[in-house]
Design a protein around this ligand. Structure first.
Ligand SMILES: C[S@@+](CC[C@H](N)C(=O)[O-])C[C@H]1O[C@@H](n2cnc3c(N)ncnc32)[C@H](O)[C@@H]1O
Length: 449
């Protein structure tokens, strides 16, 4: 069997993600399982793939002088260049000569001598002469976009919506690794018990202030720890944990989770209700609805029923006023989760935001009649965009005078969030730099009559 070359895996993944729109986290997971990589190799592969994607636009700018003359570069050659430059400029532990040698060898095997010599030439130039400095770009928005590898349209849209300071903070934060955070299953283990057991295996963490069930991992590898694989803990960003915290839940309620897969929030809802009552969870895709079942089973929760349905047609399945609580964790542009899914930076555009907003409006309209009077509707997204967030809520309230923002919403947020800059009359926008979380929006409405 030919020797496994980690950088060939990295190149294969980057070309698929970059050219065919594959999801970085899904493809990386598949590759690591297929190759049964050691922890060390898995970490290096992840670093190269994520780092190259996160910094792609900047790298393109940095080396443009050296490749300008070359008319048409094949996609894989381009990605091999980007990942090699990423390692040379951003990864101290990998020596330049090793990176250049391997890139040239891969060029020979996958291409021919000409490509190998082009590769060698560009990388040697980077090594000897250095790279073009993006801080020399005059236009402020363009400079920020290139320095932090975001699309210019997005930076400009964010500056218009949130101002320069919040935008610059968000773009800079998006280059940093998202910390691992987990949620305890409180019916099986307490936060103190989980922390004590993890500590025995060298995994340390601290308590989240955004959720009483949250734990932020500071040191150690938790991903294959028994507490996770046996369903005492589940991986979830702290911002997502806020959702069930804010649903005003208690045992015995009937709850609809209209867009539920893979079930992070569905299971949290069931935990908050002490697994008593009923959580009906839908997702558009059958396969995804099964993921919710799997998660419920792993966490040993019985009160969840997960099914496939288009939640724009739930009136065909449920009578009006059937639910005490409804969660609409809507499909969205995902502009808040680019740290974990850097491919979003390059694949989304403004027309996606418009198209998604139409679906969000339809979903909100469709679930509204299913809520009982006095019941609460929580709307959330993992995006940072007023059109999908505050404006979607404003539009909904105009169309549905029977709803209002729950007057108790803001006051029931964790103390730390009370003075957050992201508050508006329509809900709370969390920016990734505030709590080192995903960018996230949530609000709670109540049905008055
Ligand atoms: C943001 S994700 C939900 C994440 C989930 N709430 C969690 O915490 O694990 C949005 C989900 O909505 C689903 N979806 C999209 N359109 C839908 C529709 N019309 N009806 C039901 N589900 C839909 C997608 O398949 C996707 O799984």
């Amino acid at each position: 069997m030919a020797k496994y070359v980690l950088r060939e895996s990295a190149l294969h993944l980057l070309t698929r993600i970059g050219e065919q729109g594959g999801y970085s986290h899904v493809l990386l997971d598949q590759e690591m399982n297929k190759r049964s990589l050691s922890n060390k190799d898995g970490a290096l592969l992840t670093e190269i793939v994520y780092g190259t994607l996160q910094n792609k636009r900047k790298i393109e700018f940095q080396i443009q002088l050296y490749i300008a003359k070359q008319k048409k570069i094949k996609p894989w050659v381009k990605w091999l260049l980007y990942m090699s430059v990423y390692q040379m400029l951003y990864l101290e532990r990998v020596p330049d000569h090793a990176v250049i040698h391997e890139a040239v060898e891969i060029s020979k095997t996958r291409g021919h001598k000409g490509i190998a010599s082009f590769m060698n030439g560009v990388l040697r130039n980077v090594q000897r002469k250095g790279v073009q400095d993006p801080s020399t770009i005059d236009n402020k928005v363009e400079r920020l976009a290139i320095e932090t590898s975001h699309p210019t349209w997005l930076v400009s849209r964010w500056v218009e919506q949130y101002g320069w300071e919040l935008t610059a903070g968000m773009c800079t934060q998006n280059l940093k690794r998202l910390p691992m955070s987990v949620r305890i299953q409180p019916l099986r283990i307490s936060r103190a018990e989980a922390m004590a057991e993890l500590k025995e295996r060298g995994i340390t963490g601290k308590e989240s202030v955004l959720s009483s069930q949250g734990l932020l991992i500071e040191e150690g590898r938790i991903i294959d720890d028994r507490l996770l694989t046996e369903g005492y803990l589940t991986v979830q960003d702290q911002s997502s944990m806020l959702v069930a915290e804010m649903m005003d839940l208690k045992p015995g309620l009937t709850v609809l989770d209209a867009c539920s897969a893979p079930g992070g929030k569905t299971t949290h809802i069931a935990e908050k209700m002490e697994d008593q009552g009923s959580v009906i969870a839908y997702d558009l895709h059958d396969k995804k609805a099964k993921l919710v079942d799997d998660k419920a089973m792993l966490l040993q929760l019985q009160s969840i029923e997960a099914k496939q349905a288009d939640s724009r047609r739930l009136h065909e399945l449920h009578k009006n006023e059937s639910f005490n609580r409804i969660l609409l964790d809507a499909p969205c542009s995902g502009l808040g989760v680019m740290r974990g899914k850097p491919d979003i930076k390059y694949h989304k555009n403004e027309s996606d935001i418009i198209a998604l907003r139409n679906i969000q409006d339809e979903l909100l309209d469709s679930v509204a009649p299913l809520l009982q009077v006095g019941g609460k509707l929580v709307y959330s997204t993992c995006t940072v965009d007023r059109h999908e967030n505050e404006q979607a809520v404003e539009h909904f309230l105009q169309q549905h005078p029977e709803f209002e923002i729950d007057p108790a919403f803001a006051g029931s947020l964790p103390e730390e969030l009370q003075d957050s800059v992201g508050h508006t009359e329509f809900g709370l926008q969390l920016f990734p730099q505030q709590w080192d979380t995903d960018g996230f929006f949530l609000t709670r409405m109540v049905k008055k009559h």
